[in-house]
Design a protein around this ligand. Structure first.
Ligand SMILES: Cc1cc2nc3c(=O)[nH]c(=O)nc-3n(C[C@H](O)[C@H](O)[C@H](O)COP(=O)(O)OP(=O)(O)OC[C@H]3O[C@@H](n4cnc5c(N)ncnc54)[C@H](O)[C@@H]3O)c2cc1C
Length: 542
């Protein structure tokens, strides 16, 4: 039996707050909780310092997909809806967490997402409630307005490259009947336009760069890297400390006030389960002493699926042409080094669109990411031909999965089941989304650039064949959430102040607390969650 008592743990470090995980959320907490100088904070991160240079160059995210020094590199179990394929799940393991390896797109989701959270009983989480925290975080290049903040830690910028293909995509979407939208994070999300990115003067603005760097000199903040938290230690049902492994040694940190788990949608429920908070039969099966039978821990896992359409381009203007050509590649590198502009500033999408696959819907249910390159698998070699990609992402999947530990060994990767495409709504949205995307790709502005559709190919037209293509090739957009869901029902893990139900001195603050997946990319929402959590934690500290 693996025990959880703090009494047996020996002496170690002692702080007011111990934050587990220096990712999108954890860096925000470390900064905000140490800001007024009244509290001491220990930030533990399993990965290293963010020294890898590719972290800081936007296009470098392609190099980090399978870079195990900064990436947990998880895999799902065989997915029944994807022909039994296991889907690769990159997750940042470095200061900045996934915000150091992500695709940099700054998208908040829809106002209605947060109003739905409130409607589900989460007082204080409606759009009007969370907007001030999006603004507080933000340093918007275009300046402040009703929806945006300026002067916050997180730089949000327009793209620094002119690309005829990305512009043609936006024009083609308008020709296909989708309105132009200059700001996906403004009054409404619907429409076609250009993404903004979390960058500052052409360099990545991870949460480590934005929140940790300005705070790291503070005497009341200690940052420990290569420090893998293994279990939370309790006195009864009060979280008191944490055991972590650092360079082969097991150490203990005690928290005078609270432990804040910000280890991400996979590792936060894993840590709770390893610590005795989770479904009783699962914990018993692994010989873990039960602190609290919490059947919801690890439930409700949701993720965005993406299905990519690849087009052969008639002109040698794609990133494939630049990266595969020695001279053009060097010139692009030189341009970036000198001006921080050009193709190396490309993020996970340049332009895109949000639209409804069914006019009866209240808000868009599909997002398109357009990018002027093509590859068989993300993170692998670009095609030798000129190509570009547009992908369909269903925004509010109904399918639900789970995360469960495989053993009591903290080093063992958890068992991840997402159950992509498990419902008819999800299958329908993908099929209809692809049909609408094809209309955009055939519109006059893009037509001169298109030779043909390389994948799935123009012979794939029936619902059955399109769905078959989704099953054969669909993969993640890297947005797992909701495994420690906020709510007030029996399966909810945290309450509206993100305190773990039934336990004292313990909160979860990261993507895992989302009551359900928001309609967009998840980094900005997680940073908002951590900004709001910081205020609540400081209020509760008195
Ligand atoms: C490849 C990729 C592309 C993406 N693209 C985008 C995008 O373009 N736009 C967007 O908005 N979102 C994107 N996302 C999603 C977004 O980055 C995440 O939703 C967000 O970063 C999650 O934040 P988090 O704080 O919940 O977790 P993370 O940022 O993943 O942080 C968790 C941290 O905890 C650490 N940790 C975990 N377990 C332990 C432990 N036991 N002990 C100590 N430390 C631990 C991890 O190493 C990590 O640093 C992408 C994600 C990935 C992986």
């Amino acid at each position: 039996m693996v025990g959880n008592g703090v009494a047996s743990a020996g002496t170690g470090l002692e702080f007011d707050y111990v934050v587990v995980g220096a990712g999108s959320a954890g860096c925000v907490l470390a900064n905000r909780l140490s800001e007024n100088g009244r509290h001491s904070v220990l930030l533990l991160e399993a990965g290293p310092v963010d020294k890898n240079i590719w972290i800081h160059v936007p296009l470098g995210y392609g190099k980090l997909f399978k870079e195990k020094t900064v990436n947990w590199m998880y895999q799902t179990e065989p997915e029944p809806g994807l022909d039994g394929r296991s889907v690769f799940q990159p997750r940042g393991k470095v200061l900045g967490g996934s915000s150091s390896i992500n695709g940099l797109l700054y998208v908040r989701g829809q106002h209605e997402d947060y109003d739905r959270w409130r409607q589900r009983g989460n007082a204080g989480w409606g759009f009007e409630d969370v907007l001030p925290y999006f603004k507080k975080a933000e340093n918007q290049q275009r300046g402040a307005d009703d929806y945006h903040g300026a002067g916050g830690p997180l730089s949000v910028s327009d793209w620094r490259h002119d690309d005829p293909l990305s512009e043609a995509f936006v024009k083609a979407a308008v020709e296909a009947g989708i309105p132009y939208n200059p700001d996906f994070n403004g009054a409404t999300q619907e429409g076609a336009g250009f993404f903004q990115t979390t960058t500052r003067r052409g360099r990545r603005a991870s949460s480590a760069v934005s929140y940790l760097r300005p705070a790291k000199g503070r005497g009341n903040l200690r940052i420990e890297t290569d420090a893998h938290a293994q279990r939370i230690l309790f006195e009864g049902r009060r979280a008191r400390g944490l055991e972590f492994r650092q360079r082969g040694e097991v150490r203990v940190a005690r928290a005078r006030k609270e432990i804040l788990v910000s280890s991400g949608a996979y590792n936060s429920p894993q840590l709770l389960q390893l610590s005795g908070i989770g479904p009783a039969e699962l914990l018993k099966g692994h010989g873990i002493e039960i602190v609290l039978d919490a059947p919801g821990v690890g439930n409700d896992l949701q993720d965005h699926l993406q299905v990519r359409l690849i087009m052969r381009c008639s002109q040698r203007i794609t990133l494939n042409d630049i990266i595969n050509h020695p001279l053009r590649r060097v010139l692009a590198g030189a341009r970036y080094a000198a001006l921080r502009k050009g193709p190396l500033t490309i993020a996970a999408g340049t332009s895109g669109a949000f639209f409804k696959t069914d006019p009866r819907l209240a808000t868009p249910d599909v997002q398109i990411h357009f990018i002027p390159f093509s590859t068989d698998k993300m993170g692998e070699k670009l095609h030798t031909y000129s190509g570009f990609t547009a992908s369909v992402c269903q925004l509010r999947p109904e399918s639900r999965g789970s995360l469960r530990i495989r053993s009591a060994d903290p080093a063992a990767p958890p068992e991840i089941r997402i159950n992509y495409l498990a419902t008819e709504t999800d299958r329908r949205a993908n099929i209809d989304g692809i049909r609408i995307l094809r209309k955009i790709l055939a519109a006059p502005s893009l037509k001169p650039y298109v030779v043909d559709e390389a994948y799935p190919g123009s012979n794939v037209t029936s619902d059955e064949d399109i769905l078959g293509y989704c099953r054969q090739t669909g993969s993640t957009v890297y947005h797992p959430t909701s495994t420690c869901r906020m709510g007030d029902d029996g399966l909810a893990v945290v309450d509206q102040r993100l305190r773990v139900r039934g336990i004292e001195g313990l909160r979860v603050v990261d993507a895992s607390i989302m009551p359900d997946l928001i309609s967009g990319n998840t980094n900005a929402p997680v940073i908002m969650i951590a900004e709001k959590a910081s205020d609540m934690i400081l209020q509760d500290a008195g």
